[in-house]
Design a protein around this ligand. Structure first.
Ligand code: XMP
Length: 317
């Protein structure tokens, strides 16, 4: 029978045998998978694990600072890299979703590789790959259609000539969470909604500007904090806000406004492959609409996405 305790024990032993006294480098994302994988590797080899956490400027509000601090508290040997301007620069004027993903994935690899070359004697690359990633990267990028290129860190191992350490490769998400709980990882990580690698870039329809990122971070923050306060955060699989590339007329006091629209998205799902729109209470949606329009400059209209997957996807890009 599979138990988290036995899995942790066996996995730590296996990593010790695989890595020995060599060094491992690993990129952290702030998500459940990379965090649990890093902590397992850390348990096995301690200070021989070197972690890198990149700020691509497309994370949620205050996420970079908060998560970096938590990693340090966990005793992980982590280096934070502020690469915001690099990402904003290369994304300027780009509105095609797949192009955005390509640029972000490529830059991520560049930044990571550059940091990794400063480290000497690295023989292994740690990754938080889980079983659905293994299946999806086969089917999603199959020969006939590319639906969405889920970037993560694909392509790195070949480029860097390193062996992989992937402790979660045969686990499903719920098992990863159970393992995380077993090794004492905080609920800040374990209960977190999935968040796409390209981050807010694929929730800003059209071209990205730092101002739009800021606007969306503020709106997203109101929504996510609102969900938590209302006890709804843990009832949905994933939630977020999308900044639409349209402006519309509104009225604020006796001023006519012409500002942007934000769409709220919340879905229930088991694995993200199919999803239903979450039937959030009208009162809650009304409060979110008021709060966002009152607090976030540049937004005068809020809509709720009532599409399920399929035929829609969870993200809008
Ligand atoms: P979709 O939009 O395809 O999303 O229904 C399914 C799940 O995958 C996440 N997602 C991504 N994750 N890189 C990622 O790491 C990506 O390019 C990407 N696109 C979508 C999405 O947030 C949802 O959890």
């Amino acid at each position: 029978d599979w138990t988290p305790a036995a899995f942790v024990h066996e996995t730590v032993e296996r990593i010790k045998t695989q890595v020995g006294d060599k060094r491992v480098v690993m990129a952290l994302s702030g998500g459940v998978d990379s965090t649990v994988a890093a902590e397992l590797i850390h348990k096995a080899i301690g200070k021989n694990l070197f972690c890198i956490f990149v700020d691509n400027g497309l994370l949620r509000k205050d996420e970079y600072e908060t998560v970096l601090e938590s990693y340090k508290h966990m005793g992980l040997n982590v280096k934070g890299i502020n690469a915001k301007d690099l990402f904003y620069g290369k994304l300027a004027g780009v509105s095609d979703p797949e192009q955005k993903r390509k640029i972000i994935g490529g830059l991520f690899i560049d930044v990571f590789q550059q940091e990794a070359t400063h480290l000497t004697d690295i023989s292994f690359l740690g990754q938080g790959t889980i079983y659905p990633d293994v299946i999806e990267s086969v089917s999603v990028n199959g020969p006939s259609v590319t639906i969405k290129s889920h970037h993560n860190v694909g392509g790195l191992p070949e480029k860097m000539n390193m062996q992989l350490v992937e402790p979660l490769r045969f686990l499903f998400k719920d098992e990863v969470r159970r393992v995380g709980r077993e090794i004492g990882i905080s609920d800040i990580f374990l209960g977190r909604h999935p968040f796409p690698g390209p981050g807010l870039a694929i929730r800003i329809l059209g071209a990205i500007t730092p101002e739009k990122v800021h606007m969306l971070q503020e709106a997203d923050n109101v929504y996510i904090e609102g969900l938590k306060e209302a006890g709804l955060y843990d009832k949905v699989w994933q939630a977020g806000t999308i900044l639409l590339p349209v402006q519309s007329v509104g009225v604020m006091g006796d001023e006519r406004t012409y500002e942007f629209t934000v769409a709220l998205r919340a879905v229930t799902s088991v694995d993200g492959m199919t999803a239903d729109w979450a039937h959030l209470p009208y009162e809650f949606l009304a409060k979110m609409s008021n709060d966002i329009i009152n607090k976030v400059k540049g937004i005068n209209r809020v809509v709720y996405d009532i599409s399920s997957k399929p035929p829609a996807t969870i993200e809008w890009e």
